[in-house]
Design a protein around this ligand. Structure first.
Ligand code: PEP
Ligand code: MG
Length: 580
């Protein structure tokens, strides 16, 4: 039996299934035998204990997990929630029932908001389960411990559980819910857990079933035959060998350097990224620093944050993105309008321009931080649609003392006019997440159109070719910083289309580095040509796999070991006829 879902990362796992225990039943809506004041005391104590437990789990886990768990702890202690619980207790309900109902109401509100907020709804379900079990004196729901390695199958995993998964025993993770941007997916990516989320039929997997998790191909194979098991085992061994290989600068098999950079939201992940071989930062998502702020951060506050990041990368390139506020990442101090279609609204550079003082302050803070560090700071604007916007941003950044200023190419209009855009910008960085969303008109947060959200689509690749060609003609660097760069085979295609550096979440670096080292620049261009000729994303992927499998493996030691020190190469890409 084969089940499909959304693979996170490139890993493979083989092992027996253990299912997560079913959630606690809904507390009965029977009248309480205690006074509302007594029940209120119990509710407050349990909410507080759960918040403290979540915070301590966050402390132990660190990184992105800590932020998620801190947010969950805040939900448990939210004053509006407490008021709602008190009102329900006044009706004579038990603490269990009042907390359950109040959190369910909170959850429904998030679901109604849709997008990123809706994906946080399961975090509230987890808080509810934890508080109800604490009130009942039962252990918190959590990951089973059968005493041997297993593949965990669950409806969705709470961040508190994902953050502390024991990677020695949990070989992989299958969830029936959750999309590519759910917390389970984000944390699985960060911890390099082999995972497939959104497997609608995961309920058909039973304890002790042997399964293969093939995240690269997004399939779960239940009851595999001997040949399938042998193939999985050899892929697991090959991946382990790659992960243990010495870290070298990113390069193609012919030595062409392709710097491999990290996408980061704060300096917290920097040390780990460096450990994994990040040669700098290709996308510093500064808006992540201020998602909870109600007023604009001061120049000094920003400067501190930027200096923290720059200190981690002495002598290295750090590409800082100006605040990308709006759509799924609203910032209270930049977005106030209620928009029907926020992804098409006042987001990114548009909202910064509408509050130019905030943009000026950010660029000033960055210029100050730059002056105080020896990192190589580049700055870029998000969501640039026109040549005029490019000139506006680049001129302003230069005026405020930032030497290298560029734009993100996330909107098809900017890709189609890349030759004009790059006349003004010092570099371009292609955000394939949004570029795919806008090219295919498929909301990147919406599971129902996830099949169209595929950067392998030849329409997206043609737009990337436009940018690659313009960069080559003008001698300007073209980076990629969307999730597409983290797909090892697509990464090679992107280089074949003219990308000069690749930036991704740090755990993806190992596989991408190994994949680049397999191909020469000429071969990367052949792969790109095969992808461009396809009609669909799926056939592009298949065509590239077929061409790639025909190339001989490069001899041991060739490739990244032959690479010179990483510098942004001046690339030349083949004329359009070759790529047609
Ligand atoms: C992108 O759109 O590809 C990108 C890198 O930006 P973000 O994912 O932050 O929108
Ligand atoms: Mg984007």
């Amino acid at each position: 039996m084969e089940l499909s879902g959304i693979g996170i990362g490139q890993g493979v796992a083989l092992g027996p299934v253990i299912r997560m225990a079913d959630p606690l039943p809904e507390p009965l809506d029977a009248p309480s035998g205690r006074t509302p004041a007594e029940e209120g005391e119990r509710a407050r104590a349990s909410l507080g204990a759960v918040a403290a437990d979540l915070l301590s789990r966050g402390e132990r886990a660190g990184g992105a997990a800590r932020d998620v768990l801190e947010a969950q702890a805040m939900m448990a202690e939210d004053p509006t929630l407490q008021e709602d619980v008190t009102a329900r207790l006044a009706e004579g309900k038990t603490a269990e029932r009042a907390v359950f109902e109040a959190l369910a109401a909170f959850r429904d509100m998030l679901v109604e908001m849709g997008g990123y907020m809706a994906e946080r709804a399961t975090d509230l379900d987890d808080v509810s389960q934890r508080v109800v079990s604490h009130l009942a004196g039962l252990p918190a729901p959590g990951v089973p411990d059968p005493g041997y390695p297993f593949i965990l199958v669950a409806r969705d995993l709470a961040p508190a559980d994902t953050a502390l998964l024991d990677l020695g025993t949990v070989l992989g993770l299958v969830t029936s819910e959750g999309g590519p941007t759910s917390h389970t997916a984000i944390l699985a990516r960060e911890k390099s857990i082999v995972a497939i989320v959104g497997v609608a039929d995961a309920g058909r997997l039973v304890d002790e079933d042997e399964i293969i998790l093939d995240a690269e191909n997004s399939v779960v194979v239940s009851g595999p035959n001997a040949a399938q098991k042998a193939a999985a085992e050899s892929r697991i061994a090959a991946r382990a060998a790659r992960q243990n290989a010495p870290i070298r600068p990113g390069a193609l098999a012919d030595g062409t350097p392709i710097p491999l950079l990290a996408n980061l939201g704060s300096a917290d992940g920097a040390a780990r990224a460096v450990e994994l071989g990040a040669e700098g930062v290709g996308l510093f998502r500064t808006e992540f620093l201020f998602l909870g702020s109600t007023s604009a951060p001061t120049v000094t506050q920003q400067q501190e944050q930027y200096e923290r990041m720059l200190r981690e990368f002495p002598g290295r390139k750090v590409v800082v993105r100006a605040l990308d506020a709006g759509a799924d990442k609203p910032l209270a101090f930049l977005n106030d309008a209620d928009e029907e279609n926020p992804a098409l609204g006042l987001r990114g550079l548009r909202s910064l321009r509408a509050s130019e003082d905030i943009l000026r302050e950010q660029l000033t803070a960055l210029a100050n931080a730059n002056a105080a560090s020896d990192a190589d700071v580049w700055v870029m604007a998000p969501m640039v649609a026109t040549v005029e916007e490019t000139r506006y941003f680049v001129d302003l950044a230069h005026e405020l003392g930032l030497k290298t200023a560029g734009v993100m190419v996330e909107i098809p209009s900017a890709a189609l006019l890349a030759d004009r855009v790059l006349q003004h910008a010092d570099f371009a960085s292609i955000g394939t997440n949004d570029l795919t969303q806008y090219t295919l008109a498929a909301d990147r947060m919406l599971g129902t159109v996830a099949n169209l959200q595929d950067p392998w689509h030849p329409a997206v690749l043609r737009l990337i070719r436009e940018v690659g060609e313009a960069g080559a003609a003008l001698g300007k660097p073209v980076g990629i910083c969307g999730e597409a760069a983290a797909d090892p085979l697509l990464a090679v295609v992107l280089v074949g289309l003219g990308a000069t550096s690749l930036s991704m979440s740090a755990p993806a670096l190992v596989d991408v580095r190994a994949s680049l080292a397999r191909f020469t620049l000429a071969q990367a261009r052949q792969l790109a040509a095969a992808a461009l000729q396809a009609d669909e994303a799926a056939s592009a992927r298949e065509a590239v796999k077929a061409v790639a499998s025909a190339f001989p493996e490069p001899p041991e030691g060739l490739g990244s070991s032959a690479a010179p020190e990483p510098t942004e190469p001046q690339q030349t890409i083949p004329p359009r006829e070759v790529l047609k």
